[in-house]
Design a protein around this ligand. Sequence first.
Ligand SMILES: Cc1cc2nc3c(=O)[nH]c(=O)nc-3n(C[C@H](O)[C@H](O)[C@H](O)COP(=O)(O)OP(=O)(O)OC[C@H]3O[C@@H](n4cnc5c(N)ncnc54)[C@H](O)[C@@H]3O)c2cc1C
Length: 444
Amino acid sequence: MTKIVEKQTWKNWAHTSVSTPEKIIYPSSIEEVCTIVKDAALHNKKIRVVGAGHSFTKIVQTNDWLLSLDLLSGIQELNEEEDTATILAGTRLYAIGEALGKKGYSQENLGDVNVQSIAGALSTGTHGTGLAFGNVSTQVIALKLVTASGEVLSLSEKNNPEYFKASLVSLGMLGIIVEVTVRIIKSPVYEYISDKISYEHLEKHLEALIHTNRHFEFYLFPFSDLVQVKTMNITDKSPQSLKGHYYKNLILENYLFYIISETCRIFPKTSSFFSKMSAKAIGKANITSHSYNLFATPRLVRFREVEYSIPLEHMKSVLREIRKQIETKRYNVHFPIECRTVKGDEIWLSPAYNRDSFYIAFHMYKGMPYEEYFYDMEQIMKKYEGRPHWGKMHKRSNRELRDLYPKFTDFQIIRNELDPKGIFLNDYLADLFSNTTENQVLNL
Ligand SMILES: Cc1cc2nc3c(=O)[nH]c(=O)nc-3n(C[C@H](O)[C@H](O)[C@H](O)COP(=O)(O)OP(=O)(O)OC[C@H]3O[C@@H](n4cnc5c(N)ncnc54)[C@H](O)[C@@H]3O)c2cc1C
């Protein structure tokens, strides 16, 4: 049965978006979702859906009705002949990992946390790393969407492919995703290696590192010539206990990093020292385990984040420019810069649309000024056709997004068809996706 909580303040993970919706509604069936949408139309209310609230922008924010699919959770069907799983849209990624893991399966790739709901992760184009793999939305082969009329649309590559490609990264604007079917793989055992190398070495071997490892990422440390590199490859070795790794990670990357971050917040000039020190302190780690134990790490230190995808061929030029800019401007930043690769896809609003991509993420500790650092980094990204991650902070306008996404207008047409009254829009999205170049909001 639907649960309703009235006038409760809602905050996202980063505390960058706060609102008090009239109601937070927790439907427990797809039929209840349809009824709620019809009710909202009758009462002239807008609806935003929330997953785990892990997006950094005001993408979810509403004072009307906020819908959470936390009660619409679980794996509906595991098809071992087709290697697919049909999952209710509110299911958290860690719960999918655990349930699939018990049956010897896993998702082929994930980002670095696993607390998001599957629909929330898809809706912003959440990605991991590895040039053979697209973002999480590319794992989806079919989905069910409750549209503004309260009907359920079944979409797939065969069944209405245009709507399907538009809906796979749609920021909750085309309707409420209630069920998804994803491709899964027989869960491999991975060897995870983390080490530090010099920036010079990284640059020289970057292409090889990207192409010869199944999953490869690296972290640039501001003001340091050392880089942390992480790889994950399939191995024949037996999985080992992860207790030591988990606690080391919890203590070093969370508790100790929290103390460092607080010191930098109170004494910002120490940031460069702590960044260099953190780079030097990286030790070698080598762990063998199943993927659901390795992709995600706990993230207890809160931060703000900007992340961009740029065409892969620009990666070295961008890296050089970022490093130079940080040396010149000497920002007070101690968080490392996370760099990953993602295979190009055909999803209309995917930042990796039609191009293999290099993703670069800039973080700033909560409570420290981020504006100048983020602004300058966005200017560099702009020069290299950078497309912002939809779940992260950015300053791109409607007009700029239109130029960056060849299918932007097609997406707007479908949005208008499916939701002519803008029931699923909030102010933030209306501003970014309005139909005119003047940013006027239509259909509200
Ligand atoms: C600590 C941290 C680590 C992160 N790591 C990564 C990473 O490694 N890679 C990466 O790419 N991103 C990463 N992100 C960003 C995050 O994955 C995305 O912002 C993701 O969308 C959040 O999922 P969520 O479930 O919290 O969705 P929310 O933030 O709650 O919602 C995101 C969007 O999805 C929509 N939505 C949610 N549910 C539905 C539904 N059922 N139907 C339709 N629309 C829906 C919402 O309306 C909203 O537009 C990270 C964020 C944090 C805070």
